[in-house]
Design a protein around this ligand. Structure first.
Ligand code: PXG
Length: 291
């Protein structure tokens, strides 16, 4: 049995319901996070809650709870669901209103928290690497809906995912409106070139990934230079290694991009080393699931 937190109460999964008049449903007006628990600890909880509140602030949504209370809600949801290893999805939606866009007519934001499991790719994709393609759907302009906002409207990413799946691959590479590489549908991207590690900057139109930050820290600890910046597909096609990072996919290697094999087409040594470091980090650090 799984229990979902909605505005102060836990409901059984089947009874966990939100009104059709909630603007999160009507307009995608809200924000969310995807967080993982490993070994009885929530990984980078503060960072996720900070990002949730930043996303909310950008869309002028004020959650009805403090950051501290939000952290407690996340921990309580893990406890209620006996989660030691799993996936947690807090959501802040604009709340109920009428059938007009005006968010100021919505009475009170809703806080929802789901705890479940997530598995995006089978083990063989982690062993052999993903084949991905660039898709025609671009990331938004930073000055429309900034891609740093983790909003409930993921249609941009979903349309990119549709293109990838229609073309027979599992993941899509999205460019920004200027043609620079941004990220994949739910993951940040890294490449290795001549022993240095590169990743598109957030200004390129990517989410400020928490897994990416953790992996970058581990790489720096190993003595690598990690360089955020503008990247074109040239950089990716000619890279020695490539991988994606995200809370859901964790770290997954990419061995082919637009039918160009990356390096020798096999999963690379730097990926393997950082993956081992990442696994160790997730098993040994985090906020304990206890009140
Ligand atoms: N880019 C985008 C657009 C994301 O949504 C990431 C990068 C990676 O960020 P973190 O902080 O998680 O390392 C994300 C987050 C899914 C799913 O179902 C994907 C994410 C979150 C929740 C679910 O694919 N990715």
């Amino acid at each position: 049995m799984s229990y979902v937190y909605i505005d102060g109460t836990f409901y059984e999964k089947e009874q966990a319901k939100i009104s059709v008049f909630d603007h999160g449903f009507l307009y995608g007006d809200g924000v969310f996070e995807g967080i993982r628990a490993y070994n009885g600890m929530v990984f980078r909880l503060t960072e996720h809650v900070d990002r949730l509140f930043d996303s909310a602030k950008v869309i002028a949504l004020t959650p009805s709870v403090s950051k501290k209370e939000m952290e407690e809600i996340i921990i309580r949801t893990c406890i209620e669901n006996s989660i030691r290893d799993g996936y947690i999805r807090p959501i802040v939606s604009r709340g109920c209103g009428d059938l007009g866009l005006n968010p100021y007519l919505c009475k009170k934001p809703s806080i929802i928290c789901i705890a479940d499991r997530i598995s995006l790719y089978p083990p063989e994709d982690y062993e052999n690497g993903l084949k991905i393609i660039t898709v025609a759907t671009h990331r938004n302009y930073n000055e429309s809906l900034n891609p740093r906002v983790k909003s409930l409207n993921y249609l941009n990413n979903i349309m990119a995912k549709i293109e990838a799946v229609q073309s027979g691959v599992k993941e899509a590479l999205l460019l920004n409106p200027l043609g620079y590489v941004a990220e994949c549908t739910g993951d940040n991207l890294f490449i290795v070139r001549k022993g240095k590690i590169y990743t598109p900057s957030v200004q390129s139109g990517s989410l400020d990934g928490i897994t990416a930050a953790a992996v970058a820290e581990l790489a720096v600890k190993r003595g690598f230079e990690v360089i955020p910046g503008l990247m074109s597909r040239f950089d990716i096609w000619t890279s020695d290694e490539c991988w994606l990072t995200g809370t859901a996919a964790e770290m997954i290697p990419v061995t082919s991009v637009d039918a160009r094999s990356i390096g020798d087409g096999k999963v690379g040594p730097i990926y393997k080393m950082l993956l081992a470091d990442f696994k160790h980090l997730t098993e040994t650090t985090g906020t304990p699931i206890a009140l």
